[in-house]
Design a protein around this ligand. Structure first.
Ligand SMILES: Nc1ncnc2c1ncn2[C@@H]1O[C@H](COP(=O)(O)OP(=O)(O)OP(=O)(O)O)[C@@H](O)[C@H]1O
Ligand SMILES: Nc1ncnc2c1ncn2[C@@H]1O[C@H](COP(=O)(O)OP(=O)(O)OP(=O)(O)O)[C@@H](O)[C@H]1O
Ligand SMILES: [Mg+2]
Ligand SMILES: [Mg+2]
Lengths: 256, 256
């Protein structure tokens, strides 16, 4: 029984890719079979696990628009149980190309159908937008993880994102749930961070993961060598945070 | 003689809005007449200067799609010489609506033509994308400022952005120049930040502003009260950085 989780937030730079790479890696290290899908033309998740987007023969764009089977694009990573289906700048074209296709909201769901049972968990990293690509990712998903940076602008967008998720649930994907809110880049020295955490609790208290991801220099450095933080510096606070988050995620999904 | 400057970078969270609000505010405080245009449906620049996007009768969406004159949407701010033409979530619809319009790349340029001579400088804050809205902003502009966060993922996107700028220049706006790269959220304690700064210098050394914007808690706090950092805490490092950047910008544009 596999589960598809989309990682989305239209606010830029809140930790979507960082959460996607490092949570997927941590869960794979805990012996689950995991696929990471890079659904952003910036292809940060692709380079963040050590692949060069320009070298990929098949990307998610080819699967979405040219009906290439997803299995042709899936690559290994440095972690045995973690695979990636990468992206490239071509995906920019998909926004316009999908606009003319029948049932355009279900394109990604159709791509994933033949491969989903080969994995325990599939994570989809989204670009900072609420356009047709993110609609596809929310339609293909069983649940959504929303990283929220502990800053003012990130907080302001949360209401709109919640509306979009309910809209997608009522129009295209009735089973879509909120998996949880991940508070990211928390800096305990900043008054602002504590203020934002309090406000998120007031808005969505029952949906927030207990594990908070603290700002940690090793998390920012790891992408420079194309590795998840767990392979870059396993003793770092960043690695501990993501292992805790992975345990929390698995307990929530496998014990209930 | 007025100048239109677009602030763009498809990477999310690199400081586009922070640069737009605070540079526009600093230049207005130095007695130039400045208009800030919020061209992002998230409307962070609008709320960052104290306006509630939901309360605006006319936004940039109405000017772009329904031909409402820009002057009907322009609002005062807490700074005498700084005006804002705000945004709202409606702008999300513009991406699709523009797709069917003749000369869709020039829509924003047409909106600005009647008002540009009322200002010395007009700054346009963009959403994190290279789609039709950002193409419009680059087509309407005389030059572009690119904020680059001193992090790995931000560095990786720089090459693609440069390509897009040259593409726009050759297709829609031959006069488009790079005004400069602003290194943002620089943390002098991080090895990573120094490494990224060196790499940006190798890529684009002649285009980088001397003024670096350091990470500063007051910059992050200011949006919580809807004020530019210069009004929130004029003695902060953030305020000094943006005043220096404003002086550097004005000297470059008015002495030559
Ligand atoms: N906990 C953390 N500690 C330190 N740096 C972090 C942390 N989380 C993310 N970062 C850094 O902050 C930047 C933004 O994070 P990231 O790119 O993951 O956000 P995103 O939401 O995926 O951005 P986009 O909207 O562009 O897709 C990156 O440079 C990343 O390395
Ligand atoms: N120099 C700085 N010091 C501290 N915080 C900063 C600084 N610059 C930006 N920030 C904070 O970092 C976050 C990201 O900045 P900002 O929202 O300006 O980026 P952006 O590029 O406009 O994002 P988006 O891609 O979503 O439009 C914001 O919460 C902002 O307050
Ligand atoms: Mg990302
Ligand atoms: Mg912004």
């Amino acid at each position: 029984m596999s589960k598809v989780i989309t990682i989305a937030n239209q606010k830029g730079g809140v930790g979507k890719t960082t959460t996607a790479i490092n949570l997927a890696a941590a869960i794979a290290i805990l012996e689950k079979k995991v696929l990471l899908i890079d659904f952003d033309p910036q292809a940060n998740a692709t380079s963040g696990v050590g692949h060069n987007p320009d070298d990929l023969e098949v990307t998610i764009y080819d699967c979405l628009i040219d009906n290439v089977p997803a299995s042709n694009g899936i690559q290994q990573t440095d972690i045995e149980n973690l695979h990636i289906l990468g992206s490239s700048i071509n995906l920019v074209g998909a926004e316009l190309e999908l606009a003319t296709i029948e049932q355009r909201e279900y394109a990604l769901k159709k791509v994933l159908a033949p491969i989903r049972d080969q994995y325990d968990y599939i994570f989809i990293d989204c670009l900072p937008s609420l356009g047709i690509l993110t609609v596809n990712a929310l339609t293909a998903a069983d649940s959504v993880i929303v990283p929220v940076q502990c800053e003012v602008f990130s907080l302001q967008g949360l209401g709109k994102l919640k509306n979009t998720i309910s809209l997608i649930a009522s129009s295209f994907n009735p089973d879509l749930e909120i998996e949880g809110i991940v508070l990211s880049m928390f800096d305990k020295r900043l008054r602002l961070a504590k203020m934002v955490v309090e406000q998120v609790h007031e808005l969505l208290s029952d949906k927030i993961f207990d594990t908070i991801i603290h700002r940690n220099s090793k998390i920012g450095e790891a992408p420079s060598v194309g590795k998840p933080v767990l392979l870059y510096d396993v003793s770092s606070k960043g690695s501990k945070n993501f292992l805790n988050l992975a345990h929390e995620f698995i307990n929530k999904n496998e014990l209930s």
